[in-house]
Design a binder for this molecule. Sequence first.
Ligand code: ADP
Ligand code: MG
Length: 301
Amino acid sequence: MSLETILSIKNLNKNYGRIQAVKDLSFDIQKGNIYGILGPNGSGKSTTLGIILNVVNKTSGSFSWFNGNTSTHQALKKVGAIIERPNFYPFMTATQNLELICRIKGVSYDKIDEKLQAVNLFERKNDKFKTYSLGMKQRLAIASALLNDPEILILDEPTNGLDPQGIHEIRQIIKSIAKNGTTILLASHLLDEVEKVCSHVIVLRKGEKLYSGRVETMVASNGIIEVKTEDDIESVVNVLKNYHETASVNIDGDLIIIQLENDISAATLNKYLFEKNIAVSHLVKRKPTLEQQFLDLTNNN
Ligand code: ADP
Ligand code: MG
C-alpha cells in the first residue's frame, strides 16, 4: 500500500505575545485515516487547525498540503472544514441553505441530497433551520463542508455541547464518511472520543506533541506492576528504581506502582526482587487504560 500524504507539518510554532500556543510541532496526515488531535483546553488544537486553514498566521515552521504540489489557496479547495459554529439562515430550509453554499463554492446542486443523506438529514431537508436541534445543526454543517467532495474533512470539537444521542450520531457519521474514503482530522479534548472514532492520535500538551501514532499503539504500552511489601517501602522503591526494566516507581498508599520500561512479566520482576532479598505480599501486572495514559501524558511532571 502506498502512502499518500495529505498534509505535512514541520516544526510549526505560534506565539501570541508571550504565550507559545504551538511549539515545534511536526506530524503528517496520510490518506484514508482518522486523526485526532487530543489535548486539554488551551493545548493549541484550534490554533494548529487555524494555521493549516490559513486563518491564523504561523510564527515559524512550515506546512504543506498534498505533497506541496499546489498552493495552499488551491489545496484548500479540496479541504472541508468546520472550525467555528457555522451560520445558516434560520428561516431557510436545509436544502435552501445548502443551495446558497453551492452557489458560493461554485458546486452543482446535484450534491445536496447525497450530502444530506450522508448526515441523516434527508428526511428533514425541507424543514427550516431554526427548527433543528443542535445536533442536526452540526450535521448540516458537516453536509455543507462535504459539498465539494473534499479529500479531507477537518472538525474542531465536533460533539461539543451535544446530548449523548447527538454525540453518538455525529461519531457514527464521521466514521461512515471516513469509510467512504474521506480522510478526517478532528480536534478533541475528549479521550474517549478519540479512542472511539480515530485510528491515529496526536497528543498535545501546552502546544507540544507528546505522542503521535496509532491509537492502539498508545493503548498497548508496556504496562504497570503493583507491588506490596512488608519490608521497608522506601528501600524497596530504591531497589526498584535501580532495576533497568523500570521506567518509573511511585508509592500510592501501601502500593508501589512500577511503570515498566519493557514488557516484562510479573514473574521476572518477582525473581529480581527475590534475588535482592525482598519479599512481596502482592504483585500484579496491569495494562494501564488509555485514560490513565492520557492523564499521565498530560499531567505536569
Ligand atoms: P485548544 O484549541 O487546544 O483549546 P487554542 O489553540 O485555542 O487551544 O489555544 C492555545 C493557547 O493560545 C491558549 O493559551 C490560548 O489562550 C492562546 N490563544 C488562542 N488564541 C489566541 C488569540 N487569538 N490571542 C491570544 N492568545 C490566544
Ligand atoms: Mg479549541
